[in-house]
Ligand binder design. Structure first.
Ligand code: FES
Length: 592
């Protein structure tokens, strides 16, 4: 967190040059003109108890809130939205809370990923169709961050992101627990008979004990940190724990800042560049962030008109050390990361790997925002000359099994599997795997390669986080804790293991993963970035010709739109008709 005062955090208003006049505000078209429709807008605003002095000539700010009673990570947003509004009022704006679809990772089925694009569409359309001049985006739980950013970037009104903040460390019997990571760990221990049912219940009650998003380096911590590195949050905000009083203070400062961003017309298109996306990718890599960030950042970048590719992740991965010592790749949790100096300190330590000239929402450059940052515990945030892993936080693989790429997280797998050759054990879908994985008669050993088909963007549907395929119970009992596993699914960022993910194109649409049979040998070579199905090209062609497209899963509703328009993992899984960057003033509603 910045040790500076709030003026430094939210930027120096006196430095700003061109300022809008009130009649140039977008909301002026609803409120400021004198005709029949504006009469309706004003009279109905009066109906809500507001006097014209509350809103006339002032920036109207949408506070886009993903709070709901089913989103356990956002329970504090009911209070935070009031603090954001306080800041907006203080700065002379008019706040309007806009509830949007919540994407509650633990509860929404089949997966929140199916609905990320729904949230993006909802955000964009709300901003377009109502009299907003700017917006505060309140998110944090996994897909909420990319969903909100994608929608706001496409609309391109001034926008600032409010990260939910990580929850406190989990605690049980004197031990620290990390979201997800320790769930998988103790679930494996339970299945192996190493802990009792009573102990398992203790883990259940202590692993999530405060508001806030997962406090391991899961998708939430990864994406909120990426949003800050992109320049879309106040500096230091993404690392502050949700229940820390400074989180509330920053919520208010965020409200103050968006009003000034409207007057100076500071939009996402003024902030987001290929270099700012490189900064975000480098941040993800230095944190050994969630593999999900690849899909999300590619989608966010394409909304911004930046052609970010998975190959760019791999290029930057080769030169970026992992210096955030956070689970699952490391030892600590996000609360420790904050006390050690937070993201600002980590970005400062990355030095020339970060382009500090990039603009941010407070009107300053990234360099200016981190110039006074310090590391207070260099075991939590390692120095560059003492990294957790020297490089390869993530790796992008290609080969005849994944012509358009696949992803693996070398920092979170057993090193002896980095180069591996083994016979495939194939499951045709999740139900097949659930039914047979623990069958004592299953012909499988620690050298086998577990393959799951039909778990991608179209087929599963929605590319669920099934990619940490379970290790068979009989192998767990023999002490096996990691195996090579391959799927077109995603994996929770809190997970670990030699899991090859995001295989593209996916098996459901005829990608080569669909053609693997039991006993085929598969070769993984992470250093060579290679994923190879060891059968002849002629045999591969024969199997391809015999492949038949399965029936698509949806017959009605949003799912039909999804299965017709979702792109593959290497393109970010956005809808094909939403990828282009569209400026706000090119598609405005005709309100008169
Ligand atoms: Fe919300 Fe993990 S469940 S961030």
């Amino acid at each position: 967190m910045s040790p500076n005062g709030s003026d430094t955090i939210i930027g120096d208003i006196a430095l700003t040059s061109v300022r809008k006049k009130p009649e140039e505000l977008r909301s002026h078209r609803w409120y400021g003109v004198n005709d029949l429709r504006s009469f309706g807008h004003r009279s109905r605003t009066a109906q809500m108890g507001y006097h014209p002095s509350d809103y006339m000539g002032k920036p109207v700010i949408a506070v886009v809130n993903t709070w709901s009673e089913i989103n356990s990570c956002h329970t504090h947003f009911k209070q935070r939205v009031e603090e954001v509004k306080r800041g907006i009022w203080q700065a002379g704006g008019f706040p309007v809370e806009m509830p949007v679809m919540t994407l509650a990772e633990p509860f929404q089925k089949p997966t929140t990923m199916l609905y990320r694009n729904f949230l993006a569409m909802e955000t964009e359309e709300l901003l377009r169709s109502y009299p907003f001049d700017g917006c505060v985006l309140m998110g944090g739980c996994d897909k909420t961050t990319p969903g909100l950013l994608m929608g706001a970037i496409s609309m391109n009104l001034p926008a600032i992101f409010l990260p939910a903040g990580p929850m406190l460390r989990g605690n049980w019997n004197g031990r620290t627990l990390g979201s997800g990571s320790d769930t998988w760990k103790y679930w494996a221990e339970l299945r192996a008979g190493k802990i009792t049912e009573d102990e398992w219940k203790g883990v259940e009650s202590g692993i999530a004990r405060s508001p806030g998003h997962c406090m391991t380096m899961g998708t939430a911590s990864t994406m909120t940190s990426a949003a800050e590195a992109l320049g879309l949050t106040l500096p230091g905000f993404a690392s502050i724990p949700a229940v820390d009083s400074r989180h509330a203070q920053y919520a208010s400062l965020t409200g103050q800042r968006i009003v000034e961003m409207v007057w100076t017309d500071l939009k996402p298109s003024d902030i987001l560049t290929s270099k700012s996306f490189d900064n975000a990718v480098t941040t993800v890599l230095a944190m050994s962030g969630s593999t999900n960030a690849i899909v999300h950042l590619v989608a966010v970048a394409r909304r911004a008109g930046v052609p970010l590719t998975t190959a760019r992740f791999d290029e930057l991965s080769r030169v970026t050390p992992v210096i955030a010592n956070i689970r699952p790749a490391g030892k600590y949790l996000m609360e420790d990361f904050f006390y050690a100096g937070g993201l600002r300190a980590m970005l400062a330590e990355l030095g020339d790997l970060i382009d500090g000239t990039q603009r941010t929402v407070n009107g300053k450059t990234l360099s200016e925002n981190i110039s006074d940052a310090e590391i207070f515990d260099d075991d939590v945030i390692r120095r560059r000359d003492n990294p957790l892993v020297p490089n390869d936080g993530l790796a992008v693989l290609t080969g005849n099994l994944a012509p358009n790429g696949a992803v693996i997280k070398p920092a979170a797998m057993e090193a002896h599997l980095l180069k591996h050759r083994g016979p495939a054990v194939v499951f045709k879908d999740y139900a097949d795997m659930a039914a047979r994985i623990d069958d004592e008669a299953l012909d499988i050993s620690a050298d086998s390669v577990i393959v799951l088909q039909h778990a991608g963007p179209v087929g599963a549907p929605g590319m669920p986080e099934w990619g940490q395929l379970p290790i068979p119970q009989k192998l767990l009992k023999q002490g096996v804790r990691d195996m090579v596993r391959i799927s077109d699914a995603r994996m929770s960022g809190t997970s670990y293991g030699a899991c090859v993910l995001h295989v593209a194109p996916e098996s459901f649409v005829g990608g080569p993963l669909a053609l693997v049979k039991d006993g085929d040998f598969i070769e993984l070579d992470v250093h060579a970035r290679r994923l190879h199905l060891d059968i002849s090209d002629a045999e591969l062609s024969t199997r391809q010709a015999a492949w038949k497209a399965p029936k698509r899963p949806f017959e009605r509703g949003f799912g039909v739109m999804h299965q017709l328009h979702v792109t593959q993992a290497d393109k970010g899984c956005d809808f094909d008709f939403l990828e282009e960057h569209v400026r706000a003033d090119s598609d405005e509603p005709d309100i008169h």
